[in-house]
Structure formats: structure tokens, C-alpha cells
Design a protein around this ligand. Structure first.
Ligand code: CAA
Length: 268
């Protein structure tokens, strides 16, 4: 067990270098209140500043139970918030979403059941989404007089295209797993939660034979490029492409190819 603190609303376990992060408010369908967000912030900051991908090579995030990944931000908590409190709450949710993007290791959102509102938004902040065949996505905020506040107005457009995102956000309708797959929101479906976790582990097993440093830098350049023009993104890519030539992993990977053997990457 990897100890990073005492958490009440999330759980984290490390097995064979893969971290299992669970949102743990099953009775409230894993809805995100300030406590969940604060605990996520602490844990993810630890991954970025302390672990740095040395122990944790990949993360799988799921929701506790079978019914929901995350059914959204906590509506009961939001109901009486002032404008200032809402700003702080939204800022914390957005900060957590950015921490997912800044993780030095890949993270797969494994969506079981409902991923609504803030749940869909957190899943979209991960590197990619696997889902069960019964998963349900959506941004139903307008049904509550709200708008998406943890990145949905921005990331959904980038993933599925702006006009499709507008239709989903304006109607607040459910997007079932098959449709999520067809529009690229989820990239693979599985019959059960267990098969989905096994699928994510299989994907990690392919990644773990590659250079952790090269994966980390690819992630950084791709996420940063999301906010840039293609020309600016190419500048960023070129800088990092050149920088990896000073890495041990690049020396080892190219040497191993020439010597016709498997590489032994250290992640440095
Ligand atoms: N916030 C707080 N509590 C929630 C919740 C949420 N987002 N979603 C579910 N719950 C709670 C319910 O209140 C209920 O609690 P009690 O047992 O104490 O009454 C418990 O979880 C179980 O939920 P239901 O009884 O409603 O379960 P169901 O199977 O009948 O319905 C559901 C499931 C369709 C997902 C329904 O719970 C639902 O519509 N939830 C809200 C979905 C939603 O609107 N999400 C967006 C929130 S706004 C947001 O996320 C803003 C943002 O972008 C930051």
C-alpha cells in the first residue's frame, strides 16, 4: 500500500506500479464536493511533486460501486453557494482537472455507470476514457440552471467538435456508451467493470515496455499543444524533441535497437 495521507472520500492503492484511484462516495453516486476535490488535489500534487512517475507508472481512476463513475458536482453543496463561493468551488474543480493533465504518468478514466456534469469533465481531463457498455455520459447542468464549471464548455468541444458539444450541453441529454464511442468521447467499451480494468491494465502493459520519459514528454507536448496554434505547437514539439536527445532513455532505446535487444528504460 502506498501511503500518501488519510482520505475519506477517495481511495488510492498501488499494485505493481499501477495506481488505482477511486472516488469513494458511493451512496452519493461519487458526487464531487469540496472535500473530494481537496483530497484529489493533495493526492495528485503528491504524484506530480514527489513521486514524479518514479513509482507510479500509470493511474486508473474509477468510481466506487457499479452505478456511477461520478454523477457530477455535489448539487446539495452548490445549492446555497454565493457567487464568490461558487467561483472558489469552480476554481478548485478546474485546478484538479488541470492536475490530471499535468500528471507525469498516463491516467485512464475507467467509466462505470454515470459520468455526468463534473464526472464527464474529470473523465475528459484524463488521457483517454474507457467505459462499460452501460456507461452514461452527459453535461446536464442547464437542467439545473447551471453551466459546466470544471472544463466541460472547453474540453468537450475539443474532443467531439464544438457543434456536437453545443447540442449535448444545450439539451443536457444523456450520451450512452455506444454514442460516446462513436463520437470519440470514450475510445473502448467493455461488458463489465472488471473487464474494463483488465483492459486498462493490458494497455498499461504495452506502455510500460516503452520509455516512461518519452511518454511523459509526449503527454506534456500534446496537452500544451491543445491551447496553441499548430505553428506554436510545432515549436513546442521541436524543443522537446531535441531535449529528449540528452535523456538516458533515448540513449538506451536507440542503442538497444542497434544491438537488436530489448531496451532497459529507467525513465530518465
Ligand atoms: N450531487 C449530489 N448528490 C447526488 C448527485 C449530485 N450530482 N447525484 C446523485 N446524488 C445523490 C442523490 O441525491 C441521492 O442521495 P440520497 O440517497 O441521499 O437521496 C443518491 O445520490 C442516489 O441518487 P438518486 O437517488 O438520484 O439515483 P437515481 O438512480 O434515481 O438517479 C442519476 C441517478 C440520474 C444520476 C441522478 O442521481 C441525477 O440526475 N444526479 C444528478 C446528475 C447531475 O445533474 N449532474 C450534474 C451536476 S452539476 C455539475 O456537475 C456542475 C459542474 O459542471 C461543475
Amino acid at each position: 500500500m502506498y501511503i500518501t495521507g488519510n482520505y475519506e472520500t477517495i481511495a488510492f492503492e498501488l499494485k505493481e506500479n499501477i495506481g488505482y484511484l477511486t472516488i469513494n462516495r458511493e451512496k452519493k453516486l461519487n458526487a464531487l464536493n469540496s472535500q473530494v476535490l481537496s483530497e484529489l488535489k493533495t493526492l495528485l500534487t503528491h504524484f506530480i511533486e514527489e513521486d514524479k512517475g518514479q513509482t507510479i507508472k500509470g493511474v486508473i481512476i474509477t468510481g466506487a460501486g457499479e452505478k456511477a463513475f461520478i454523477a457530477g458536482a455535489d448539487i446539495a453543496q452548490m445549492q446555497n453557494m454565493s457567487v464568490e463561493e461558487a467561483r472558489d468551488f469552480g476554481a478548485l474543480g478546474q485546478e484538479v482537472s488541470l492536475l490530471f493533465e499535468k500528471l507525469p504518468m498516463p491516467i485512464i478514466a475507467c467509466v462505470n455507470g454515470f459520468a455526468l456534469g463534473g464526472g464527464c469533465e474529470m473523465a475528459m481531463s484524463c488521457d483517454f476514457i474507457y467505459a462499460t457498455e452501460s456507461a452514461v455520459f452527459g453535461q446536464p447542468e442547464v437542467k439545473l440552471g447551471l453551466i459546466p464549471g470544471f472544463g466541460g464548455t472547453q474540453r468537450l468541444s475539443k474532443i467531439v467538435g464544438r457543434n456536437r458539444a453545443k447540442e449535448i450541453i444545450y439539451t443536457g441529454r444523456n450520451v450512452k456508451a455506444e454514442e460516446a464511442l462513436s463520437i470519440g468521447l470514450a475510445i473502448k467499451l467493455f461488458p463489465t467493470k472488471e473487464e474494463m480494468i483488465a483492459g486498462a491494465l493490458k494497455t498499461f502493459s504495452y506502455m510500460l515496455s516503452n520509455s516512461p520519459n518519452a511518454i511523459k514528454i509526449s503527454k506534456k507536448v500534446m496537452n500544451e499543444g491543445n491551447d496553441l496554434t499548430v505553428t506554436q505547437g510545432l515549436t513546442c514539439e521541436l524543443e522537446q524533441f531535441a531535449a529528449v536527445f540528452s535523456s538516458e532513455d533515448m540513449q538506451e532505446g536507440t542503442k538497444a535497437f542497434i544491438e537488436k535487444r530489448a531496451p532497459n528504460f529507467t525513465g530518465n
